[in-house]
Structures are given as structure tokens and as C-alpha cells.
Design a protein around this ligand. Structure first.
Ligand code: MN
Length: 383
């Protein structure tokens, strides 16, 4: 796993998410942010759709980004012509290779699939384009046929094969085996395109790369058809920290990118979303908060700054005295005594249980002010 490259398809598969539409300006901004974080290739859309889709792809091409810009095509020469007209430097040429797709969706034969793929690929190569041949539904395809398809793609000049787990049915170990076996049969670069129907998209993409795939297809926040694709931020951070493979990404822009895509797609980031969710660096329970205050490595796999996030001490039902002391000192500039924190703690817990949530800053400060007021009144009574 030396030179893994990322092909991000937020603007194509990501926009195919049910209910998601990006405005052209948003597509351009997302492409610029993707380029800034460091993706190698951006699948920008489907040129043959024409209209706004075509216009946005042209704008992205005109932005002269560092990343390669890819257009998505059916295995049809007229689709590839539409991509050429947009000025992209790379094309995906996509056709199904599983019998269920060939029989039921296309109502065609394996021979038809091979012929169409070959024609479209040879045409694209004759125009100097980089070509990824996509074997849609690779994972449910007959292995012998998939090998033949990959071989024919290579002979037609394809630069790589996109191995698609279109319905997201693979497991990590199976994926590793499948890619290793395919690599043994055909010497062509492979891209992992994995779907998340069983929550394994990122795991399958990573094991595919371990099996010899050179490209990983991703989307920001894991957007994409149904349960989505492998999330860009999870893949890059897992490669960096778990596989010791630093792709040189500007990871501190991840939160900005994720939040922007969440807004543009109107798909809220789940609080527990790996890498960029708001709970990823939030600590409430007394033992965890105390540990993190002493050394963040006790309960964090990496520092929040690395992805542009901040650590948060959440004060609620599970908080302990140390967290309260730290919260008041660091965030409100109030140095509580141990005794004050001990008096506050049961009040905090009671309020959190009543509200069924953690406390806002305002609520915490007002609990403290009430405490001060009670004290003053007691003092006055004595006087
Ligand atoms: Mn897909």
C-alpha cells in the first residue's frame, strides 16, 4: 500500500443520494475544497445530462485545479463525446458485469457488454483521455467473466478498473481475497468503489487497497446511493493512523469540507459521525474527562486540531468534579474552589436529568451565580 490515490465522487455518486441536489456554485466550491484537501481525482458529474450538470463540470474544469477531473459515462461513444466537450481529462466508462444486471436491467448479453465497453474505451483513449472502466456490480459478477472484462478493458487501453460493490454486500476479508485474485489474473490498476449497505464501505475499501487496489473511491461524509459510499475523511485518517500511510492531505480542512457538504446537501452530520461528528472530541463522563484533561491520548486516537475540530468538555449527568473545575477555569475564567465544585456537582446532575441533556454554558454559569447569591444571603443573615 505505497501510493494509494483518492478518486472522490461526492459530485457524482454523492449527488445521486436520494433528495440531494447541489447548486452549480456549490459544486464548484466543493471541487475547490476537495482539491485543497488533496484528492487526486474529482469525479465531477455526468456530462451527457447536459444543462446545469454540463455547465458545472465546465466551470470545474475552468478552475484549473491540481486534481484530475473525471466525467462519468455509460459505455457509449456519444456519452464520451459529451465528456470531451466539457474538457475533462479523465472519463469513467461504466457498464454492468453481473448477470442479474445484464439480464434484468440491460436485457443484453455478456458479449454486448464487452463490445460496448471496448468501443467506448478505445474511442476515449484515441482522444487522449485517462480511462477508468467501471465494472458495475463487480461483486455479484461471475469471476471468470469479470477477469475477461478486465483483460479486454486493459487491451482496449483502459488505465484502471473500478471494482464496484454496487449493492454493498462484501465483507473485508472477502474483498481482500477478491482483489488479490483479480490482480493475479490481470495486471491493471484497480479502484475500490464500495457501498455502505451493511456499514462496511470504508472497511472494504481499505482491505481492497491492502489486497492491491491502487485507488479508493470516496465521498465526503459518505454521501451516495442508499447508505452511501466510503467516507473520504474516514479513509484518509484510517490510512494515516491505522496503516501508517500519510497521503499528505491537508486534513485540518476536513471539518470545513464536511460541514460545507452537509449544508449544501441538506444532510445533517450525525453527532457520532467518525472523524467529523460533533461528539468525536466531546467528553462528558467523569473518568474520560479527567483522563483527557491529564493527557488527551488517554481517550482520543488523534488530536482534534488534525481535522480542524476542537475538544469539548460537555458538562452533564456523568460529569465529575475535575471537569467542572476545568470547564469554569478554561472557558469562563472562573477559578472555583474544590468545595464550590462539590456543591455544584449535584445541582448540575439534577438539572441534566430534568432536562434530559447536557447543560449549556448559560445554565452552568447561572447555577454558579445562584450558588454565589445563596452565599451572600447567608452572610447577610449572619451580619
Ligand atoms: Mn456507486
Amino acid at each position: 500500500m505505497q501510493d494509494v490515490k483518492i478518486c472522490d465522487t461526492t459530485l457524482r455518486d454523492g449527488e445521486q443520494t436520494a433528495g440531494v441536489v447541489f447548486a452549480n456554485e456549490e459544486k464548484l466550491r466543493i471541487a475547490k475544497l476537495l482539491d485543497k484537501v488533496g484528492v487526486d481525482q474529482i469525479e465531477a458529474g455526468v456530462p451527457v445530462m447536459g444543462g446545469d450538470e454540463r455547465e458545472s463540470i465546465e466551470k470545474i474544469v475552468d478552475a484549473e485545479l491540481g486534481a484530475s477531473i473525471m466525467g462519468w459515462n455509460r459505455a457509449v461513444v456519444s456519452d464520451v463525446k459529451a465528456s470531451l466537450d466539457c474538457g475533462v481529462d479523465a472519463v469513467a466508462v461504466s457498464v454492468s458485469t453481473s448477470d442479474i444486471h445484464i439480464d434484468k436491467k440491460l436485457n443484453e448479453s455478456r458479449e454486448w457488454v464487452l463490445n460496448h465497453m471496448t468501443q467506448a474505451t478505445e474511442y476515449a483513449k484515441s482522444k487522449g483521455l485517462y480511462v477508468s472502466v467501471n465494472a458495475e456490480d463487480s461483486t455479484r459478477s461471475d469471476f471468470e467473466f469479470l477477469v475477461e472484462f478486465a483483460q479486454r478493458a486493459k487491451e482496449a487501453g483502459a488505465d484502471r478498473l473500478r471494482y464496484c460493490d454496487t449493492v454493498g454486500i462484501m465483507t473485508p476479508l472477502e474483498t481482500h481475497e477478491a482483489i488479490k485474485n483479480l490482480k493475479k489474473e490481470v495486471n491493471i490498476a484497480i479502484e475500490m468503489h464500495t457501498h455502505n449497505d451493511f456499514g462496511l464501505a470504508a472497511a472494504n475499501a481499505l482491505t481492497g487497497a491492502k489486497g492491491g487496489a491502487k485507488y479508493i473511491g470516496t465521498t465526503v461524509n459518505g454521501l451516495g446511493e442508499r447508505a452511501g459510499n466510503a467516507p473520504l475523511e474516514e479513509i484518509v485518517m484510517a490510512l494515516k493512523h491505522l496503516e501508517d500511510l500519510d497521503l499528505g492531505f491537508n486534513t485540518s480542512d476536513f471539518l470545513e469540507l464536511s460541514e460545507y457538504v452537509a449544508r449544501a446537501s441538506a444532510q445533517d452530520l450525525p453527532v457520532s459521525k467518525a472523524i467529523v461528528g460533533s461528539n468525536t472530541f466531546a467528553h462528558e463522563s467523569g473518568i474520560h474527562a479527567d483522563g483527557v484533561l491529564k493527557d488527551s491520548e488517554t481517550y482520543e486516537a488523534f488530536k482534534p486540531q488534525e481535522v480542524g475540530a476542537e475538544r469539548q468538555l460537555v458538562i452533564g449527568k456523568h460529569s465529575g468534579k475535575k471537569a467542572i473545575l476545568a470547564k469554569f477555569e478554561k472557558e469562563y475564567g472562573i477559578e472555583l474552589t474544590d468545595e464550590e465544585a462539590e456543591v455544584l456537582l449535584p445541582k448540575v446532575r439534577k438539572m441534566a436529568v430534568e432536562l434530559k441533556r447536557a447543560l449549556f454554558d448559560k445554565e452552568l454559569v447561572s447555577l454558579y451565580e445562584e450558588l454565589e447569591l445563596e452565599r451572600t444571603e447567608k452572610t447577610e443573615e449572619v451580619v
